[in-house]
Design a protein around this ligand. Structure first.
Ligand SMILES: NC(=O)C1=CN([C@@H]2O[C@H](COP(=O)(O)OP(=O)(O)OC[C@H]3O[C@@H](n4cnc5c(N)ncnc54)[C@H](OP(=O)(O)O)[C@@H]3O)[C@@H](O)[C@H]2O)C=CC1
Ligand SMILES: C[C@H](CCC(=O)NCCS(=O)(=O)O)[C@H]1CC[C@H]2[C@@H]3C(=O)C[C@@H]4C[C@H](O)CC[C@]4(C)[C@H]3CC[C@]12C
Length: 265
């Protein structure tokens, strides 16, 4: 579906982002990936080339630097002469634990998980307007429903919903033919998530390879939102506004706090 298309994937040195890069490579896309760790990015690029990417490139840096966020988009412009799909997926480090009162951390995480997404969107918009392209934003159940142990993270994911859902409405009014797909994702078996929550979260983790493909498909099909896995995201969301107390009880049953220890993610 994305043969020859020009795609940026952020947070692609590991986890779901890495798997998205491999799917895009198999589809024959031109890919620019980014994250902080150059050694990992080099390996992912080599694998993408092996899998059949039309071309594969990387740029290493941290999204706490908004100048770097713009540079990523400019690199795509220089390499590809345009852009068809912007996949925003990276997240900064946080903790899995009760809110510790550190508001500075919330502000720093907002910069990485939210402001860099907005910055890259603004920089990429002229190219995406020309290609009638797609913006894909990877969020979480924790960006739609308040959950315990993820206060700073959840804050940043709710911010994405506010920004991108409003922007989507403006695009419709202004007849801007750029799609925005917000991806509502449940618990996925990436190394970082398993290391952080296994033992505490009772539900099984869904496979990252399938999750990555559903995100790409949703973006290509210009869906408003992607729900993965459907039952673990859409049903809680339906309950959210109609039976919030029932949802609260169901969600809390999912947590085994006997095994809980605060972890850095
Ligand atoms: N796994 C899960 O259970 C769920 C995940 N999600 C969402 O899916 C997405 C991917 O998550 P997942 O694959 O698990 O995460 P990973 O921890 O596996 O990957 C995170 C990526 O972000 C990069 N990154 C970290 N810090 C920075 C930074 N400061 N600047 C730039 N890049 C950075 C990491 O690379 P490096 O360290 O090299 O910079 C890595 O490539 C996220 O948006 C997450 O919110 C949503 C719901 C559930
Ligand atoms: C366990 C959470 C999902 C709970 C839920 O909604 N269940 C619904 C099914 S039910 O109605 O039958 O109960 C997980 C949802 C999102 C996860 C978090 C996430 O978004 C990614 C984080 C980033 C990092 O990689 C570490 C793990 C995460 C904190 C991760 C933890 C598990 C979730 C909260």
């Amino acid at each position: 579906m994305l043969k020859g298309k020009r795609v940026i994937v952020t947070g692609a040195s590991s986890g779901i982002g890495e798997q998205m890069a491999y799917h895009l490579a198999k589809m024959g896309s031109h890919i620019l990936i980014t994250a902080r760790t150059e050694e990992k990015l080099k390996k992912v690029v080599a694998q993408c080339t092996h899998l059949g990417a039309a071309s594969a490139h990387y740029i290493a840096g941290s999204m706490d630097n908004l100048t770097f966020a713009k540079q990523v988009v400019h690199k795509a412009e220089n390499l590809f002469g345009g852009l068809d799909m912007l996949i925003l997926n990276h997240i900064g480090h946080t903790y899995f634990g009760y809110f510790d009162g550190n508001v500075d951390h919330v502000r720093d995480l907002l910069k990485i998980n939210f402001l860099s997404y907005a910055t890259m969107t603004v920089a990429a918009l002229p190219m995406l307007k020309i290609s009638n392209g797609n913006i894909v934003v990877v969020s979480s159940v924790a960006g739609k429903i308040g959950l315990p142990l993820t206060v700073p993270y959840s804050t940043t994911k709710f911010a994405l919903d506010g920004f991108f859902s409003s922007l989507r409405m403006e695009f419709i009014q202004q007849k801007t033919n750029v799609s925005i797909t917000l991806c509502i994702i449940s618990y996925i078996d990436t190394d970082s998530a398993l290391k952080t929550v296994s033992g505490v979260i009772q539900q099984p983790a869904a496979p990252k390879e399938e999750c990555a493909l559903e995100i790409i498909k949703g973006g290509f099909l210009r869906k408003r939102e992607v729900y993965y896995q459907y039952h673990a995201t859409k049903i809680p969301l339906l309950l959210r506004d109609w039976a919030p107390e029932i949802l609260q009880s169901l969600l809390l049953m999912n947590y085994n706090m006997d095994n809980f220890q605060r972890k850095e993610v």
